[in-house]
Write a protein that binds this ligand. Structure first.
Ligand code: KIV
Length: 278
């Protein structure tokens, strides 16, 4: 996947498929499904690292995960999410972080959250350094405390207008695409005609150019159902629990290992060993 191909998909109205991945097996699943974009999201903080928010994940954590994803992917465009605290301080910090994502983890592009003045400036700086940037507006989990919690954004005309100006500012700063998260569908429909770059939605309705879901949400590798916008395609947490429970039961009842799981030794060698040990 290339940026011109992505723009072409938007022009043709061909839906863009994006999914998150955090390790080699999730990358292989994305590759085999032929998705267009793979995001090593900072949602890794909650999905694979067990935190209850995205803010604690570090750049070093993200680099480890992104390298594993890189090893599992060849076709989709690989997007590295810039974690909280790794790009807000200065343009220099943002460029340095984006470069590490590209040089050390093999990401092709990066994503940052927010469409306020500082985020737009950082996006422009990173694009200026030659690294394409995906913007992210609406519910931005890194700053969810300031937004009043994990809830839909843009539910008043004023709030929706703010999202519109943030999206337009990110587009003007040179972002190649945007994520719209947790925005009423009708608001998305109003905003779409104003955007020339691809918009990927998560909880933003069907009017966007594509959709993204978190790998663990769509496959049910989590406790609870997750946000309203998630459609679940499997219940892998249940499958994993059942598999490990069956293994534990087999060990306790000595059903595992069976003869088919063991190695053999020649009878003479065994007799020789026995003699040596007695
Ligand atoms: O971190 C993440 O998974 C994301 C997606 C929800 C877009 O930012």
């Amino acid at each position: 996947m290339t940026l011109p191909l992505l723009a072409e998909k938007k022009r043709l109205g061909d839906p863009i498929v994006m999914v998150t991945a955090y390790d080699y097996p999730s990358a292989r699943a994305a590759e085999s499904a032929g998705v267009d974009l793979v995001l090593v999201g900072d949602s890794a903080a909650t999905t694979v690292l067990g935190y209850n928010a995205t803010t604690p994940v570090s750049l070093d954590d993200m680099l480890v995960l992104a390298r594993a994803v890189r090893r599992g992917l060849s076709t989709p465009l690989l997007i590295g999410d810039l974690p909280f605290g790794s790009y807000e301080v200065s343009d220099e910090q943002a460029i340095t972080t984006a470069m590490r994502m590209v040089k050390e983890a093999g990401c092709e592009v990066v994503k940052l959250e927010g469409g306020g003045e500082a985020s737009v400036k950082r996006a422009r700086a990173i694009v200026g350094a030659g690294i394409p940037v995906m913007g992210h507006v609406g519910l931005t989990p890194q700053t969810s405390t300031a937004l009043g919690g994990w809830k839909a954004q843009g539910r008043t005309a004023g709030a929706a207008e703010r999202i519109a100006s943030e999206a337009l500012a990110l587009q003007e700063a040179g972002c190649f695409a945007l994520v719209f998260e947790a925005i009423p569908s009708a608001v998305t429909e109003e905003l779409m005609p104003h955007l020339q770059i691809p918009v990927i939605g998560i909880g933003a309705g069907p009017a966007t150019d594509g959709q993204v879901l978190v790998f663990h949400d769509l496959l049910g590798i989590r406790d609870g159902l997750g946000p309203r916008f998630v459609k679940r395609y499997a219940n892998l947490q249940q499958e994993m629990n059942a598999g490990v429970a069956a293994y534990a039961e087999d060990v306790r009842t000595r059903r595992y290992p069976g003869p088919e799981h063991t190695y053999k030794i020649n009878a003479d060698e065994l007799a020789d060993l026995h003699a040596r040990l007695t």
